[in-house]
Design a protein around this ligand. Sequence first.
Ligand SMILES: Cc1cc2nc3c(=O)[nH]c(=O)nc-3n(C[C@H](O)[C@H](O)[C@H](O)COP(=O)(O)O)c2cc1C
Length: 171
Amino acid sequence: MNIAIVYETKYGSTKEIAERIKVDLESNAIVVDLKKPTETICWEQYDAFILGSGIYAGKWLPKIEKLIKSRTEELSEKKVWFFSNGPTGDNPIEETIKEWKFPAYMASFLSAIKPQDVVVFKGKMELEKMNFLERFIITKMKAPVGDFRNWEEIESWTQKITSTLQTGKND
Ligand SMILES: Cc1cc2nc3c(=O)[nH]c(=O)nc-3n(C[C@H](O)[C@H](O)[C@H](O)COP(=O)(O)O)c2cc1C
């Protein structure tokens, strides 16, 4: 079983999530390649794809958005999972994101690809890594800074993916 995790990140938080998912899948004898959206991807080589991005102003990062748009057909022929990485703070994620699961303007791609699952994970924000404008916006919005990623949740999502890949069933 070969699977590619394609991710885009600005400050590394999504990369670390992708790396964790890779390690967990590999512990179940699944072969995993980590890819950036600008790398060459041999689409026929993979049985399934996991795609993830940091969220910026309610959007996915442009390079992975572009990949989804240009490769909708290839993705629609495979098992696909999507994860967004973004909200910070101690409130339960459902309260923070409300109905938001995926950028609304990309909904048509979701209906074409018919993913197995679409989730949002909490993210990480570090003021010192941001540029001046971002730091200004985040400070003004009083958005919580720090690392709010929930590794147990990420692990349990990965376990569900493993189970689907191994049994063919999506519970
Ligand atoms: C300028 C800026 C805008 C952001 N906008 C959003 C947003 O609209 N929704 C959200 O949930 N998180 C937002 N975030 C938080 C990021 O998605 C979060 O820090 C994420 O973990 C970043 O992932 P990355 O390091 O892989 O890029 C924003 C962060 C910054 C710095």
